[in-house]
Design a binder for this molecule. Sequence first.
Ligand SMILES: CC(C)(COP(=O)(O)OP(=O)(O)OC[C@H]1O[C@@H](n2cnc3c(N)ncnc32)[C@H](O)[C@@H]1OP(=O)(O)O)[C@@H](O)C(=O)NCCC(=O)NCCS
Length: 124
Amino acid sequence: MAHKAFPICASALSRSKARKIERFAKFDSTLEAYIASVFLVAQLGKNYAIDGGKRISGAALLQLAFDELKLAEREIGGEIVCVECSEGNKVLEAFYEKNGFFKAGRRVSESDGHAYTQYLSFLK
Ligand SMILES: CC(C)(COP(=O)(O)OP(=O)(O)OC[C@H]1O[C@@H](n2cnc3c(N)ncnc32)[C@H](O)[C@@H]1OP(=O)(O)O)[C@@H](O)C(=O)NCCC(=O)NCCS
């Protein structure tokens, strides 16, 4: 997990989400985006070597990550969580949307040109 400054396009936000984000972000009128400090969760993945019946669910795994972030939040602040998944991966997009994330942008990797969809959620 990393903590980094992240631009969130105002056009990706509903009024209520924008109001929530305004509490911990600065608005950059040139970029038309909020610059917020977000927790980036990378490499979220289950251990498929564990037998199916004993394997954790994706939702429970995400909850463990959020529990860790809540501890970090007490130390360093910040309430926004970001995950990225391959653009067009319907399974992962559905997984994140079902678990409370909303689509907030896209990133194209400078190294290999791969496109990622960026999802955000709030710790609380
Ligand atoms: C994402 C994840 C945590 C969700 O867990 P979950 O909600 O319990 O879902 P499941 O593991 O039961 O997977 C559901 C289906 O998605 C499929 N799936 C898993 N990862 C996938 C991926 N990266 N792309 C496409 N399909 C995927 C599974 O094969 C499964 O298919 P099935 O229903 O036909 O058997 C888990 O699937 C996982 O660890 N995936 C591998 C790592 C990964 O892709 N992480 C996301 C990084 S952005």
